[in-house]
Ligand binder design. Sequence first.
Ligand SMILES: Nc1ncnc2c1ncn2[C@@H]1O[C@H](COP(=O)(O)OP(=O)(O)OP(=O)(O)O)[C@@H](O)[C@H]1O
Length: 272
Amino acid sequence: MTEKLKNAGTENSPALLEMKNVTVVRSGKKILDSVSLSIEKGEHVAIIGPNGSGKSSLIKTLTKEYHPLAGAEGLVLKIMGKETWHVFDLRKLLGIVSGELQQTCCREITVFDVILSGFFSSIGIYYNHKVTPEMEARAEEILEFLEISHLSDRFMHELSTGEARRVLIGRALVHDPQALILDEPANSLDLKAMHSFRESVRKIAGSGKNVILVTHNLQDVIPEISRVVLIKEGKVFRDGNKEKVLTDANLSELFSLQVKVLEKDGYYQAWS
Ligand SMILES: Nc1ncnc2c1ncn2[C@@H]1O[C@H](COP(=O)(O)OP(=O)(O)OP(=O)(O)O)[C@@H](O)[C@H]1O
């Protein structure tokens, strides 16, 4: 057992995540296999793996969309020290941005309404939603923080992918979550959009929240992320310090391909 697992949080300051022996089975297949992973409050972590390795399933297990196989020996799944969560409270704690969410939001809804709708866990504002002046002030504050106030009245379906991605970060931030979880965040962003996106995420990483980045692309790993977890075939394959984990040998074994890793100014790239 690693030191990180032994020391997962304390009673007064619990770990953001404590997972031990978590196995998830879907359609008769083990998609997570005895996963043990602990993430401290405020820690920034990249979870990297090939397509189909189980990254999104791991996140869906955190958000209670997928459930671990009950009865596994030594099974633990705690978030902020608690095993049982109301899904609504969990959504306030974990701000999630994914490609799936972007597809759902790509409609005739204004940016301002999409951000506000984070308060109601909806997409858009409906007649039964009571929007308070405090909520509007918070939405405006977030637009400013992310430097996207100029997009406020634009419709989501008219935005570029990069702009929309930053709006979704804004939606995820309304509740001031402890963790921002980004699932394949920079997919299909061009160089400039990727730069703006990274700058937004770096700002959030500097604000004391956890940034948990799920990706198969090394370029997404911002310098603030110091720990990397490699996932292969539903298992934790490597877990540790970024410099020690992101090696040619580890990445080659992870992707079953000869891979060369390059680092420049705190950013990484993989060549095959
Ligand atoms: N609900 C489900 N029912 C059946 N199989 C599933 C389900 N969800 C995930 N899987 C399978 O579990 C495996 C892991 O999927 P997952 O989406 O977690 O991978 P991933 O690492 O996020 O992949 P990608 O990088 O392509 O998004 C895949 O083989 C997938 O087909």
